[in-house]
Design a protein around this ligand. Structure first.
Ligand code: FUB
Ligand code: ZN
Length: 668
């Protein structure tokens, strides 16, 4: 009988079956692509050789961090939304969308604050179901979508009334890229949209972001508007859109913005207050050698460039990024991992100029530095980057938010006299700021913290941070299930246990933190004042293992890790005295105290004679003890003349003098 369904050419069953097979492949591929667009690119695209384990695969169970993450979820996220509501930041979207009447309120880049809180809330949703939060986000996203102009433009203060645009923003689009933050704002939109899409699978915010990015792509580029954003951030956001959709144009646009910076010809940011070095626009990146200008802009710029390099194979930035990194870490970083010494431009000062009382060290800059260092690690596997990451995390970053989760530091000085306030009122943490970039940045970093702990290359697992957790890590040989138990940063002992039911092959690379390798940081800006090398021991199932440290890691290779195998690593954690390079005038004749990853400080409340004039005798014995009654449980360093607490915990009691660097009295 003649087959009426199939065309003649497919009448043979062999050909027909082949056709069906091809059709099946095409259909199923198509379905996969529309279902999870991420899959579209993940197979073939260039990327970091080392891949981070996402925070959704790492369940934190840790006495130190769990309370901080829970406070972020329960207090800081809702608190930040409330503040955004009280200060008109949410209403601006409703007004721009015609849902309410009124004028724009606040600073012209306030939209970005809302996007950052949405990003943090979406991370939280990815690991903690919360239908109330989800509905709140749905309503807010509806307002944001309403505020978007038909062609995709999103910038509430101009949409509300171009003739009454807020100070710092003019009446016409893209006419003052140096200042307006149109591109900065939407970079945060893109990050938020991707996080929300990953949390909910819903495209509501993602569609807003893509429509906006498509507009930016039409307006900017070679032969079009050749300008660069006055504040970097869109580059990071565009890379995330690329990763999510597989659309190469977003990556290309990110690369355009990176490459165009410093290529003054043809764009509009060569003159003016924020031109040139302030926004790292003085030279093409490949020719830059120093960290200059505004430090948050810089950190986001270098992060975006590192991403673009990893995803495109571009090597032109490599030398510059190395030199800039060395410039920061060898000359411009505070002991706390804070960067940006100068309040006047919220940015880098000259080499070795690291004043403590006026240290700006914005919380956002600490975050930007962490983002960049993590990327540099993923690109190279070099431990020095995670050393900086850890130092900044536990000190310069963590000081930025109170234990209660509802007060924040913007600058993070290393010394206060307890009386004067500079810039953002720095004697104590503030509930909010007119320019509130820092609180909303904290919100998004804390829930994503677990994504910085582990990273993978083939069958190698980098264990970079010591925080109690359970995780499942996809390796070439299968999924490694691992539990980590530790009392870090108070104690240096860490237990790792294999939870797999069957044997598995894996190479565990345990990071030996810089402080345990007798290295404050790469370079000679800081050093420990003795030559003590902390003892490090490793045991596997109770048996001491003679392992060596190579390139900052202890490597344990086993093609037969068995269920319940236990690895113990123990870092001796003595109190250490740190001395600065003598070119740092502010620290001459002074020492700082550290133990483990924590930098300590002295506060007047513990040292009633005051701390700025206190002199610690060189021979003074310093002892560590854990005080479970103090501030929810913290470690203290005590000597005869001094009591010090971790820097991140300062300003939780009385206002008074505080100092990280303490005068040292030499022996007669
Ligand atoms: O300009 C946006 C943000 O506001 C910057 O990153 C911060 O330094 C603050 O100026
Ligand atoms: Zn900030």
């Amino acid at each position: 009988m003649k087959n009426t369904i199939w065309p003649n050419c497919l009448s043979s069953s062999l050909v027909r079956n082949a056709f069906i097979f091809v059709l099946f492949i095409m259909t199923s591929c198509k379905e996969k692509i529309t279902e999870t667009e991420v899959a579209k690119t993940s197979v073939t695209q260039l990327d970091y050789p080392i891949q981070p384990v996402p925070f959704t695969s790492v369940a934190i169970r840790d006495d130190f961090w769990t309370p901080r993450l829970e406070t972020n979820r329960k207090v800081t996220i809702p608190y930040n939304f409330k503040k955004c509501e009280e200060t008109g930041r949410l209403r601006n979207f409703a007004i721009a969308g015609g849902l309410e009447e009124g004028d724009f309120e606040g600073i012209f880049f306030n939209d970005s604050d809302v996007f950052k809180v949405i990003e943090g809330a979406s991370y939280s949703l990815q690991v903690h179901d919360d239908s109330k939060l989800k509905s709140f986000l749905d309503e807010l996203i509806a307002k944001i979508a309403a505020a978007q102009e038909d062609d995709g433009y999103l910038y509430t203060n101009r949409t509300i009334n171009p003739d009454k645009a807020a100070d710092g923003a003019g009446d016409k689009r893209w006419t003052n890229l140096q200042t307006y933050h149109e591109l900065y704002n939407v970079g945060h939109l893109y990050e938020a949209a991707v996080a929300h899409f990953q949390a909910t699978g819903e495209r509501s915010l993602l569609e807003v972001a893509l429509k906006n990015a498509d507009l930016i792509d039409q307006v900017f580029g070679a032969g079009k508007n050749m300008g660069v954003p006055g504040h970097q951030e869109i580059e990071i956001g565009l890379v995330k859109l690329y990763r999510t959709t597989g659309e190469k144009k977003y990556l290309e646009l990110a690369k355009f913005f990176i490459d165009q910076r410093g290529n003054a010809e043809g764009h509009n940011t060569t003159e003016g207050k924020y031109a040139g070095k302030y926004q790292q626009d003085h030279l093409p990146l490949a020719e830059q050698e120093e960290a200059v200008g505004h430090s948050v802009r810089a950190g986001y710029f270098y992060s975006g460039a590192t991403d673009v390099a990893a995803l495109t194979g571009e090597t032109a930035y490599d030398n510059a990024l190395d030199k800039i990194w060395n410039d920061i870490v060898h000359q411009k970083i505070y002991l706390t991992g804070g960067i940006g010494a100068e309040p006047k431009h919220e940015g880098f000062g000259p080499d070795y100029e690291l004043p403590n009382a006026t240290a700006y060290t914005e919380t956002c800059a600490a975050i930007a530095l962490m983002l960049w260092n993590h990327r540099m690690f993923l690109k190279s596997g070099d431990v020095k980057y995670m050393d900086v990451f850890e130092r900044t995390l536990y000190n310069g970053f963590l000081a930025g938010v109170s234990f209660e989760g509802n007060t924040f530091f913007y600058p993070n000085p290393l010394e206060v006299d307890g009386v004067s306030k500079f810039n953002q009122g720095v004697c104590g943490r503030s509930p909010w700021f007119d320019c509130s970039c820092c609180p909303v940045n904290v919100v998004r970093i804390l829930p994503s913290l677990p994504s910085y702990m582990y990273a993978v290359k083939g069958d190698e697992v980098y264990v970079n941070l010591y925080i109690g957790n359970e995780t499942e890590i996809p390796l070439e040989s299968g999924n490694l299930q691992l539990a980590q138990t530790t009392n870090y940063p108070w104690e240096g002992s860490v237990k790792l246990e294999i939870l797999n039911k069957n044997a598995i092959s894996a190479v565990l690379k345990l990071r030996v933190p810089g402080w345990a390798r007798n290295r404050v940081m790469d370079g000679d800006l800081y050093h420990y004042n003795d030559d003590h090398s902390p003892t490090i021991t490793v045991s596997i199932n109770g048996e001491t293992s003679n392992t060596s440290i190579k390139d900052g890691y202890i490597t344990l290779e086993n093609n037969n890790w068995s269920p319940n195998d236990k690895i113990n690593i123990s870092f001796e954690m003595p109190v250490r005295k740190v001395v600065s390079h003598e070119l740092v005038a502010a620290n001459r004749g002074k020492i700082a105290l550290e133990r483990g990853p924590l930098v300590y400080c002295a506060e007047e409340v513990d040292n009633p004679v005051g701390v700025l004039d206190l002199q610690i005798p060189e021979e003074e014995m310093l002892n560590y003890s854990f005080d479970s009654e103090l501030l929810g449980g913290i470690g203290k360093i005590k000597g005869q003349t001094i009591t010090a607490i971790p820097y991140y915990a300062w300003a939780h009691r009385e206002i008074g003098e505080m100092s990280v660097w303490l005068k040292q009295k030499s022996m007669p």
